[in-house]
Design a protein around this ligand. Structure first.
Ligand code: CP
Ligand code: NVA
Length: 311
């Protein structure tokens, strides 16, 4: 399927349900093959990918660098302030120069509008490696992980509790594409973006996903076969941390909250986790936790994504 060749991936809304199904199958096959046979598959041979990180990163940075190498490509890692989009150089000039060297741009930045501006000027595909509003690569890995553990996505009940942040926005779109039901439990004033919910609900009209936003964390996890959370203060919100801890404490995923979910429910967190805040050790270290598989699946998901957008 050629559906994503040359496309930017800025929100996950670029996928269709069929493309997501194709992607999930491709990840499963490539993951089995690379585990069984090692790295003989080199579709990015002769190609370079710029990976620009304007916010801190462990998983995204390493999984992209390793993934690009394993596909036979060359990662060009531009890390931190001063690496790109600095010294007063315009977005246009930066992008027009970069694309003379590289075949794809992976960018972690702050404003979604920065990614959109990069994509506007770029003739090579642009992949969002996290912005203030969306984290598509993470949600692709989450869907891979849920499918591995639960053997299906369509009709599955998932819950996200905590801040209606970049993860919540993207999970709504991912759940809708997968036909998975998602209830977001969050405090007033910290809901997912209205445009993310609207986009997800539009997709859900075709896939049948039931999407809702509630206040009560217990109501959010009732019947959930997957419980997901994330940090209460995202990168760039550090000064709000103390105030947020007070507001979000009822949304902590502890053993009591997990007991209200469906029997056999699994736990996901994109990491880094703030143990004792949004999740307790007893949950994240328990056998229901899939967080390390989820982190590994960043590698497999991004390898498949790169091959789809770079052809
Ligand atoms: N989950 C995730 O994106 O991790 P990093 O911020 O470490 O890349
Ligand atoms: N919501 C978090 C995700 C980190 C991977 C943040 O943006 O900091």
């Amino acid at each position: 399927m050629e559906g994503l060749r040359g496309h930017d991936i800025l929100t996950l809304g670029e996928f269709t349900p069929d493309l997501l199904t194709f992607f999930l199958e491709r990840v499963a096959i490539q993951k089995r093959a690379s585990i069984a046979t090692g790295a003989n598959y080199r579709p990015l041979a002769g190609k370079s990918v710029a990976v620009i990180m304007l916010k801190p990163s462990l998983r995204t940075r390493v999984s992209f660098e390793v993934g690009i190498c394993r596909l036979g490509g060359t990662p060009i890692m531009l890390i931190g302030e001063g690496s790109a989009f600095s010294r007063g150089e315009t977005v246009q000039d930066t992008v027009k120069v970069l694309e003379r060297y590289v075949d794809c741009i992976v960018l972690r930045t702050f404003a979604q509008s920065h990614l959109e501006e990069v994509a506007l000027h770029a003739t090579v595909p642009v992949i969002n490696a996290l912005s203030d509003d969306y984290h598509p690569c993470q949600v692709l890995a989450d869907l891979v992980t849920i499918r591995e553990r639960k053997h299906r996505l369509t009709g599955l009940n998932a819950a996200y509790v905590g801040d209606g942040n970049n993860m919540a926005n993207t999970l709504l779109i991912g759940a809708a594409l997968a036909g998975m039901n998602l209830t977001v439990g969050c405090p007033e004033g910290h809901e997912p973006l209205p445009e993310a919910l609207e986009r997800a609900r539009h997709i859900a009209e075709y896939t049948g996903s039931v999407l809702s936003v509630v206040r009560d964390p217990a109501a959010a996890v009732a019947d959930a076969e997957v419980v997901i959370t994330d940090t209460w203060a995202s990168m760039g919100q550090e000064e709000e941390h103390a105030e947020r801890v007070k507001l979000f404490t009822p949304y902590r995923v502890d053993a009591d909250l997990m007991a209200k979910a469906a029997p056999g429910a699994i736990f996901l967190h994109c990491l880094p986790a703030h143990r004792g805040e949004e999740v307790t050790d007893e949950v994240i270290d328990s056998k229901i936790s899939a967080v390390y598989d989820e982190a590994e699946n960043r590698l497999h998901a991004q390898k498949a994504l790169l091959t789809m957008v770079m052809g």
